[in-house]
Design a protein around this ligand. Structure first.
Ligand SMILES: *Cc1c(COP(=O)(O)O)cnc(C)c1O
Length: 367
């Protein structure tokens, strides 16, 4: 039996009729940029997250960069974030001229709030908590520290559409938040895409101009901007898929519960949810012993697996200038050495999960 890690092909097959209808409807109108479809999607996100403002952009990375830029983060500033993330989080900080300052993670894979105060200096301006795998950080503790020191909180909620902490949607704790609609996220477009949410009109107004060349109307450039707009076609697809998000998250939770049920070895650790959170389960990350050998073994049985990510951010060549090294963030490094992800998507069957688990159990000598 072949078991793939993700299956976007199956998703398309399942949604083909509706997607083709959307393509026809949107393309027939003859106008594809910043149309009503984009506004409608932005409105649905405001409603879904209970926020005042949303702006569709062309990636989660741009959403992070514009969140930082609109909040006034600039050269000479320091921004605290997690060493366990996708490189885009740290890159965005560097792109606005600021310096990423990493703080080690806790056993939930997210930034450890207890270690944040120690990393604050006179230059610290902001904290970017990353809701890794779709699990929201301990936002009450983080907000308390931010308020005490007057720091801006920008949430990297790229993986957290549909995730909640103490009944509040991810991305609604800080000043502004960045989301991604990359094909591998739960709410995904037909290609790259992203958006910001905020309750602050000032930030909304700035980014609204910035994302479209700084233009008000056609001829009046008020500021120097860029081109980073969510396409109308993607916006309409996202509006359609947003309606299915709750169902998708339910299925993904079921997957993880099945893995918990069928994996019989202590060598594969699956994290438990905290009682305060509703996870979006974008990624299914386990911590496993001898993972390289396990990967090879699973490959023999046509079972895909992947490492998200074997390198924590401070160990990348691109981050060398920050002068961290091995041992700087022991927990993040240990986690990077143990992460392995097994097949997890909304079309996987119980039979397939059972098969994957049986091979994992056999590998560790548990039948
Ligand atoms: C996917 C992701 C991003 C980047 O989003 P893109 O839409 O791919 O630019 C940033 N941060 C995290 C945590 C992500 O998972």
């Amino acid at each position: 039996m072949k078991v793939e890690l993700i299956d976007l092909k199956q998703r398309f097959k399942n949604e083909e009729k509706t997607i083709m209808k959307i393509v026809h409807k949107v393309l027939s109108k003859g106008n594809l940029i910043l149309t009503k479809e984009v506004q409608n999607f932005e409105k649905s996100i405001c409603k879904y997250t209970n926020t005042k403002y949303c702006l569709g952009l062309n990636s989660g990375t741009d959403a992070l960069m514009m969140s930082l830029w609109s909040s006034g983060i600039k050269k000479g500033d320091e921004v605290i974030t997690s060493p366990i993330s996708f490189v885009a989080t740290a890159n965005a900080i560097v792109h606005v001229g600021a310096k990423p300052v990493f703080v080690d993670v806790g056993n939930d894979l997210n930034i450890n709030p207890e270690l944040i105060e120690n990393a604050i200096t006179k230059k610290t301006k902001a904290i970017i908590p990353v809701h890794w795998t779709g699990r929201v950080c301990q936002m009450d503790k983080i907000m308390k520290i931010a308020n005490k020191y007057g720091l801006i909180v920008i949430e990297d909620a790229a993986q957290a559409t549909g995730a909640y902490y103490k009944k509040k949607h991810a991305g609604t704790f800080g000043k502004i938040s960045a989301f991604s609609t990359h094909p591998l996220k739960n709410l995904n477009a037909l290609g790259d895409g992203g958006f910001i949410i905020t309750n602050e009109k000032k930030l909304y107004d700035k980014i609204r101009l910035y994302r479209s060349h700084g233009l008000e109307g056609r001829d009046n450039a008020k500021i120097i901007g860029v081109n980073s707009r969510l396409d109308s076609l993607n916006a309409e697809v996202l509006s359609f898929r947003l309606k299915k998000l709750k169902e998708i998250i339910k299925k993904r939770k079921r997957n993880i519960n099945l893995y918990k049920k069928y994996i019989k070895t202590e060598n594969v650790k699956i994290l438990d949810d905290d009682k305060n959170e509703i996870n979006s389960y974008v990624m299914f990350i386990t911590l496993s012993k001898k993972r390289e050998k396990l990967q090879e073994y699973l490959k023999k049985y046509k079972i895909q697996s992947l490492l998200y990510y074997p390198t924590s951010l401070h160990m990348h060549k691109s981050m060398k200038f920050l002068k961290y090294g091995r041992g700087s963030f022991p927990n993040a490094e240990r986690i990077a050495n143990e992460v392995i992800s097994f097949p997890h998507h909304q079309y996987i069957t119980e039979k397939q999960i059972k098969y994957v688990c049986s091979k994992i159990n056999i590998f560790y000598g548990k039948e």
